[in-house]
Design a protein around this ligand. Structure first.
Ligand SMILES: Cc1cc2nc3c(=O)[nH]c(=O)nc-3n(C[C@H](O)[C@H](O)[C@H](O)COP(=O)(O)OP(=O)(O)OC[C@H]3O[C@@H](n4cnc5c(N)ncnc54)[C@H](O)[C@@H]3O)c2cc1C
Length: 506
């Protein structure tokens, strides 16, 4: 129930960042309305079901559950009561181009180092522990001061690093690849770490060394699945929001954010109607906000930053309904290519192309709620890909279905060549291109994480959570601190805190 003195917050977009902020603001006493152009909540976190085969179309790996534990606890009850959280044990199987493989435990740096050492040689275990110890130091330096704070410039970051030792640990001048090269003799470890740059949509040769924290948090706090699919997290959060009294309006397209004298006043919808608000939180991609939802004369600094940033990579997805079970298959499976650099060259080139011999990632949950019967498998296959567009500005035109179909079949041929041939077990296959991701979620070009972490100043080019327009905030993967479920949850916490500071209870 709302009262006349209650302030109104409008949230544009029912992605995880939008819903997490909505739940928190409702707890702070705001009337909250979530406007979502799609017919459902979740944004990139959504699922697809056909003939009893269920697929997560977005996130397939859930890490740092503490972020969502905090959200659920502060908005009404424990996360574990809302979803069936499952620690994966083991979590990943990595297949290297020299045919060596590593089966990685779901949690524990020591256990992961041992697994690497047992498969690749004892020196590797030592190297991995040393790398993880550096990553742990990076994590303790950045967790509170950067990831949980609304940094908006280089000075904020420098303020967080208090001593020359802190700066040496973070080594802002080093890329992730350079750090790996300094710490590993074995190329397979370099490959393994390179892949974590793609968790932020980036190129390891350009992304900062501090992304070493990504494998650290996965191994320190665990790799999780949610029974029924990670999308159950979005289902639970929508339910939580409704229980708190958040109002959702689906099929509702925001066409303009209204601003008067640099103060937000509400939004306009594509049907011509308008809604007033004291606060507007945009969960839409920052590029969409600055290029389409705000008029040219407002938000100049934010627009300039977003324009300067390299955009995140996108993904080409295969959904495979398979009969029978695949021996030796893990929940997460990765096949690295012989030439990993070619993947990044192909994606981040001026004139990009689908990667000819890409890393193949298969998520095959052993989850009875995601397959029609025990003698079947639902495979989500993700291939890193350039963003969709007309070919200009580092994009590739993914709108040709014949080309996509051919590319999908090529992936199956490549897998077969690596010893995992499922072609005669495919009941049906569907694919989703970066163009489809753009249509479904309004992420420009189907960029998965908004802007990438490419470049030493990437963190400062990512959209700030508090915009220059009073009362307008940005939340979600394209704003600080970045993409992926944990960071998106952190961005919601930052935004809710900023709103609390800027609009104290009357
Ligand atoms: C293929 C894929 C794999 C991924 N894998 C992982 C993974 O394994 N682990 C992980 O943690 N993360 C992963 N991610 C990233 C993760 O999904 C995202 O970072 C996160 O879900 C983004 O949430 P968000 O809050 O930014 O909102 P989004 O999900 O981007 O939602 C934004 C919402 O705003 C709506 N919207 C936009 N414009 C308007 C408008 N004008 N009017 C009304 N509504 C609008 C959109 O329809 C959408 O629902 C993956 C993503 C993809 C696509």
């Amino acid at each position: 129930m709302t009262t006349t003195s209650q302030r109104r917050a409008i949230v544009i977009g029912a992605g995880m960042g939008g819903m997490a902020t909505a739940a928190r603001l409702r707890s702070q006493g705001f009337e909250v309305i979530v406007l979502e152009q799609a017919s459902h909540a979740g944004g990139k976190l959504r699922s697809y079901e056909r003939d009893g085969f269920v697929f997560d179309l977005g996130p397939s790996l859930f890490t740092i559950p503490a972020v969502y534990r905090d959200l659920f606890l502060k908005t009404g009850g424990a996360l574990e009561e809302a979803v069936d959280l499952q620690l994966l044990e083991p979590a990943f199987t990595y297949h290297f181009p020299d045919s060596s493989t590593v089966v990685m435990p779901g949690v524990g740096i020591h256990a992961c180092a041992t697994a690497l050492g047992d498969s690749l040689g004892s020196d590797v275990a030592k190297e991995w522990k040393r790398f993880m110890s550096r990553a742990a130091d990076m994590w303790s330096l950045t967790r509170q001061s950067v990831l949980h704070s609304p940094i908006s410039g280089f000075r904020d970051m420098l303020g967080a690093l208090k001593s020359p030792r802190d700066i040496a640990v973070i080594a802002p001048w080093l890329t992730l690849r350079q750090l790996s090269r300094r710490m590993f003799l074995d190329n397979r470890l370099i490959m393994l770490v390179d892949r974590y740059a793609t968790y932020t949509g980036s190129d390891p040769r350009k992304a900062p060394a501090v992304l070493a924290t990504v494998p650290y948090v996965e191994q320190e706090f665990g790799a999780f699945h949610i029974r029924g699919g990670i999308t159950q997290l979005a289902v639970a959060l929508e339910k939580r929001c409704r229980e708190r009294g958040v109002e959702f309006r689906f099929n509702t397209d925001v066409s303009r954010i209204r601003v008067t004298d640099n103060h937000v006043t509400g939004v306009e919808l594509s049907d011509g109607s308008a809604l007033d608000a004291d606060v507007v939180i945009s969960n839409a991609d920052a590029q969409h906000v600055y290029e389409s939802l705000l008029s040219d004369n407002v938000g100049r600094i934010g627009r300039k930053r977003v324009r300067r940033a390299t955009k995140s990579l996108s993904g080409f997805v295969l959904l495979l309904a398979l009969k029978g079970r695949t021996p030796g298959l893990n929940h997460h499976n990765v096949w690295f290519p012989a030439d990993y650099d070619d993947e990044f060259d192909s994606i981040f080139a001026k004139a990009p192309r689908p990667v000819p011999d890409p890393t193949i990632y298969v998520c095959a949950p052993d989850d009875d709620r995601m397959r029609p019967h025990d003698d079947s498998e639902s495979w989500f296959v993700l291939i890193n890909a350039p963003r969709h567009g007309d070919g200009a500005d580092g994009t590739f035109d993914w709108s040709n279905p014949e080309m996509c179909e051919k590319y999908a079949n090529r992936i199956l041929d490549l897998l077969a060549a690596r010893g995992t041939d499922v072609r005669d077990r495919v009941l049906w296959m569907e694919w989703r291109s970066p163009a489809d991701l753009e249509t479904a979620t309004r992420a420009p070009g189907g960029a998965i994480y908004g802007t990438s972490s490419n470049g030493t100043n990437a963190a400062f080019l990512r959209a700030a959570n508090r915009s220059e327009v009073r009362g307008l905030y940005l939340v979600g993967g394209s704003s600080h601190p970045g993409g992926g479920l944990p960071l998106v949850g952190m961005s919601a916490e930052i935004v809710a805190d900023l709103v609390k500071q800027d609009f104290p209870r009357r």
